[in-house]
Design a protein around this ligand. Structure first.
Ligand code: NDP
Length: 367
């Protein structure tokens, strides 16, 4: 009924204001300046690109983790030159963005020297979207693949009832001709980015059929779920958000998505020496209510296409012909085009968030 339609009061913000309230809230919660700059960049660019689920919505979770000691805000990541092609970063139980930035330059130079390298991060808390790291590496003219595990929410399919996997995202970044170089952290407003015709090709997706945040929004708003995204405690299909959160989410694409979730789990946690998602979940409550970030790992693979293509001139132009072929058909777009379109628009129009969310973040900054 119309009675159910609560009109939420909104607050309009410029991106400078987004950056400022984010910075204040994180600093006031005890996060050191370097990490604050990195996380603020991830949050501000998410708002800029229209990725609401990883924008200001996440701030209270970040701050809660700092305030309750899940994350130590004073920690600085430790970078180790582990092998000619391997950089290992101990994030020290801190957030992933500063750990990525700490190891990034060494991993880039190793990829250029050896053609390929990997950045292996352990003991980190990833609570952000993955396109942030792969897009920035693709702007260095490198191909990048990133894998992250989380707290277990997703059942192995077919046959599994228990939560085993995280929502286990992976992301892919591929350089394109005529993109601008990566701006420094905090330079989200870099004019070169909004003027370029297109950014690198990027996709970034969870291996769950539906994002956990979306299930929580359905629960809040009293909506039922689509079929095929979750099972209840007994392993029966359910469209009830409550039953789904108490039961388990399903991977996308049946056994194929399940295999990808398994691969991400092994690459992000097994290979980096981090907690598996089910281990991270053991200390959480069973109602599905625990939303705080968990301690896990991330693996990033960097490939230098100049080396793999034998220095062949024009490999980027060759790849452009594939994109053209795809885009010739009506109704198609490349992944990341939605974000790049928002990126051109948001600096002019600003963003809106619920007033209650704005008040909450400002209060965290005043504390
Ligand atoms: P979506 O299903 O919304 O999008 C997945 C990808 O598909 C995006 O790259 C998107 O590009 C692209 N895409 C969507 N629609 C189209 C289309 N019509 N044509 C071409 N490409 C399209 O993402 P998910 O819900 O799976 O994941 C959301 C975010 O959650 C990700 O950023 C992920 O990193 C993050 N995440 C983080 C976790 C963590 O622990 N840190 C855990 C799980 C998820 P575009 O953006 O341009 O629409």
């Amino acid at each position: 009924s119309t009675m159910d339609k609560v009109v939420t009061k909104q607050k309009h913000l410029t991106l400078n204001e987004v950056e400022r309230i984010c910075q204040r809230a994180l600093s006031a919660s005890g996060l050191n300046d370097i990490a604050t700059a990195a996380v603020t960049d991830a949050v501000t660019t998410a708002e800029r690109d229209g990725c609401k689920s990883h924008g200001l919505f996440r701030i209270s979770g970040y701050c809660e983790a700092l305030l309750n000691g899940t994350v130590d805000g004073t920690i600085h990541p430790k970078v180790k030159d582990a092998a000619p092609s391997v950089v290992r970063v101990d994030a020290g139980g801190g957030f992933a963005p500063p750990a990525i930035l700490a190891g990034r330059n060494l991993a880039i130079s190793k990829a250029r020297t050896n053609g390929i390298s990997c950045l292996s991060i352990h003991n980190s808390v990833h609570y952000a979207a993955l396109w942030w790291e792969v897009e920035s590496l693709a702007r260095e003219n490198l191909v990048a693949l990133a894998f992250v595990n989380s707290r277990s929410f997703v059942a192995h399919q077919p046959g599994g009832k228990r939560k085993i996997y995280g929502t286990n995202p992976m992301a892919f970044g591929f350089p394109r001709a005529a993109t601008a170089p990566a701006p420094a952290v905090g330079q989200w407003s870099d004019a070169a980015l909004s003027d370029e015709i297109h950014g690198p090709l990027v996709w970034d997706q969870a291996s769950a059929a539906m994002a956990r945040g979306e299930i929580q929004l359905c629960q809040r708003d009293g909506h039922t779920l689509p079929e095929g995204v979750a099972i209840d405690r007994d392993g029966s299909p359910t469209t009830s958000p409550d039953a789904a959160l108490a039961g388990a989410q399903l991977p996308f694409g049946g056994h194929k998505g399940s295999a990808i979730a398994l691969m991400v789990e092994l690459l992000a946690a097994g290979l980096t020496g981090s907690q598996f998602s089910y281990e991270a979940a053991d200390d959480s409550d069973d109602s599905g209510a625990n939303n705080s970030p968990s301690n896990h790992g991330e693996l990033i693979i960097l490939i230098d296409p100049v080396v793999t293509s034998g220095g062949c001139d024009g490999y980027l132009q060759h790849c452009e012909t594939l994109f053209e072929r795809i885009l010739e058909e009506e109704g198609t777009r490349l992944p990341s085009m939605r974000r790049y379109a928002n990126r051109r628009k948001t600096p002019l129009e600003g963003i809106t968030i619920p007033l209650s969310l704005y008040d909450e973040i400002v209060a965290l900054g005043d504390a």
